[in-house]
Ligand binder design. Sequence first.
Ligand code: DX5
Ligand code: ZN
Length: 218
Amino acid sequence: MLISPSILSADFANLEEELDAIASADWAHVDVMDGHFVPNLTIGLPVVERLVEVSPVPIDTHLMIEDPDRWAPMYAELGAKSVTFHIEAAADPKTLARNLRALGARASMALKPKTPWEPYAELLPELDMVLVMTVEPGFGGQAFMADQMPKVRAVRESVRRYGGEVWIQVDGGVSASTIEQCAEAGADVFVAGSAVYNADDAAGNVDKLRALVAAHQH
Ligand code: DX5
Ligand code: ZN
């Protein structure tokens, strides 16, 4: 089980401090948005490069961008531990995933809420993680989409049949009131932005989310 707080809800003028505040998490989730694949615009390569250098935990990049075939490998090169591209934007996902792994990153593929899983199940051997979005990508603080839980279950079932180790990440609206249903559906990597950073005591919020999942697993 991994907890990956999203710095999208952090103070962008103090990112180093905000990363230090979640040093008890497993990863730090960094949302890269290009204003094209999603309407919002955040940060890109030069900022992520510095985040990798100063972060106390590995960086988990979520690329909501067009042409990930070209750009995603550069995030692997600068040292992101995990690089997630969106299947809706990828021209050649198999080659892209292989490139990410060759550069030393974990290769991960994301699905928007309206994107089905089944057509892509055959990509599992190329992947280290599948991200099932539980909101429409683009903004923090949106309402959790419980109707994505059947997709999490379907991915979990495919992973079980495949037999390899592929993690399942959920992202969007994950909080103390929704994280247990994600765990119960088969997710094991949990992104939370507003639930960690929009309340005081980010570290305490990480511990609280972790405890909810741990209690669920026993
Ligand atoms: C949304 C981003 C998420 C976002 C989640 O497009 O991918 O990572 O930060 O924020 P919350 O947890 O507030 O829904
Ligand atoms: Zn994200």
